[in-house]
Design a protein around this ligand. Structure first.
Ligand SMILES: [Zn+2]
Length: 62
């Protein structure tokens, strides 16, 4: 084994998603490694915006 190549785990190889709140693309982050499938927004703030939008569209139930 020869350690010649540089690490391939660079920004360009990270998976990306589009934020459902602001519509901007965002890249995978370490803190999301366990919940990446569930991540829909780029930030906590957008997450809050999304939640508020959902709530305003649907009547309070349950
Ligand atoms: Zn966003």
């Amino acid at each position: 084994m020869v350690k010649s190549a540089t690490p391939r785990y660079t920004k360009s190889t990270l998976p990306e998603k589009t934020c459902l709140a602001c519509g901007r693309p965002f890249a995978w982050r370490k803190k999301w490694k366990n919940v990446w499938d569930e991540v829909k927004t780029c930030s906590e703030r957008c997450k809050g915006d999304l939640r508020r939008d959902n709530r305003s569209g649907a009547p309070a139930k349950s």
